[in-house]
Design a protein around this ligand. Structure first.
Ligand code: HEM
Ligand SMILES: N[C@@H](CC(=O)c1ccccc1NC=O)C(=O)O
Length: 278
């Protein structure tokens, strides 16, 4: 291609005075005007963009998990599978993003860390929404959002209804499996108790995949989702240790100690336990 090539001779549209352009459609004016570093550090831009892009991907994850949950409720398994696959891919994307942030050294981060004040990813409501939607429901996590009525209302609305895993268990029941206490719940705000009855139901599914192919596929989609989610947590805690060591978090927690504890959280416990049983 020569430097004098003019795409408008090829039909490229160039007059957007009265037409919607790429930037108009994507509201790039808003998005690209939202990076305001609080320090002189040249690395703060990386930190901001890393978080903003993560929040955009999380927005899509919230959207997809919500849709998957509704699809399961309506017995539309194929669409739910497609959405869950997409959620796993989003997490893969979030996981790769750590490689960019890891290029920031402790010395570089220290130059702007004080400017962050007490803000922290701990206050990411979209992250909490994903956890709540999946089924990890610790209502104590609502406290950090009490100052924001709109966010609190959105999180409360998620807690009012069954989680993704609850919907998977209700589907098991509709397909004829005994799920015990999970079939009789009247409130959804808290994380359910692990159950031997549910474990036995999943065991039957895994012992005869040909017979229960759809439930088997659903179980593996959920495990895939949790697998990627765990990798995200692991990448986070490793990056955090690499950058701030064992310092307390700006959000007030013990930092790496807190994040290591969170590595133990299981979203779909019986789906992991069933492996030992086969
Ligand atoms: C320099 C990079 C980072 C450091 C040093 C860091 C540090 C921490 C620490 C210490 C915590 C514990 C809460 C606290 O007391 O502050 C935390 C929580 C959290 N961070 Fe980060 N973080 C980093 C990057 C990120 C990125 C890129 C994201 C993506 C959005 C993120 C999202 C979160 C979330 C969602 C939590 C809450 C986790 C939970 O409650 O299980 N962090 N972070
Ligand atoms: N908790 C971090 C600060 C931090 O990482 C952060 C601060 C503001 C916005 C997002 C953040 N990312 C993840 O926690 C720290 O203790 O250094």
């Amino acid at each position: 291609m020569s430097a004098s090539y003019d795409p408008s001779n090829d039909g490229a549209v160039t007059d957007f005075a009265r037409k919607m352009s790429y930037g108009d459609y994507l509201h790039l004016d808003k998005i690209l005007d939202a990076q305001t570093p609080k320090s002189e550090s040249p690395d703060e831009m990386l930190f901001i963009i890393q978080h903003q892009t993560s929040e955009l991907w999380m927005k899509l994850a919230v959207h997809e998990v919500s849709s998957a949950l509704a699809a399961l409720r309506g017995d539309a398994l194929q669409p739910a599978f497609k959405m869950l696959t997409r959620v796993a891919r989003i997490f893969e994307q979030l996981n790769s993003a750590w490689d960019v942030l890891r290029t920031m050294t402790p010395s570089e981060y220290t130059r702007f860390r004080a400017a962050l004040g007490q803000s922290s990813g701990f206050q990411s409501w979209q992250y909490r929404a994903i956890e709540f939607l999946a089924g990890n429901r610790n209502t104590a996590m609502l406290k950090a959002h009490a100052h924001d009525q709109a966010v609190t209302a959105r999180l409360e609305a998620i807690l009012e209804r069954p989680s993704l895993y609850d919907e998977a268990l209700l589907l098991l029941e509709r397909q004829g499996f005994e799920i015990g206490a999970d079939a009789k719940r009247s409130e959804w705000r808290t994380t359910r108790e692990e159950s031997a009855t549910v474990l036995a139901a999943w065991k039957s599914v895994y012992q005869d995949p040909e017979r229960y192919w759809q439930l088997y596929e659903l179980a593996e989609k959920l495990v895939d989702f949790e697998d990627y989610f765990r990798r995200w947590r692991f990448n986070h805690v490793t990056t955090v240790e690499r950058i701030i060591g064992l310092k307390r978090g700006t959000g007030g927690t013990s930092g790496v100690g807190y994040l290591r504890r969170m590595l133990e959280v299981e979203l779909f416990p019986e789906l992991w336990k069933v492996r030992t049983e086969l």
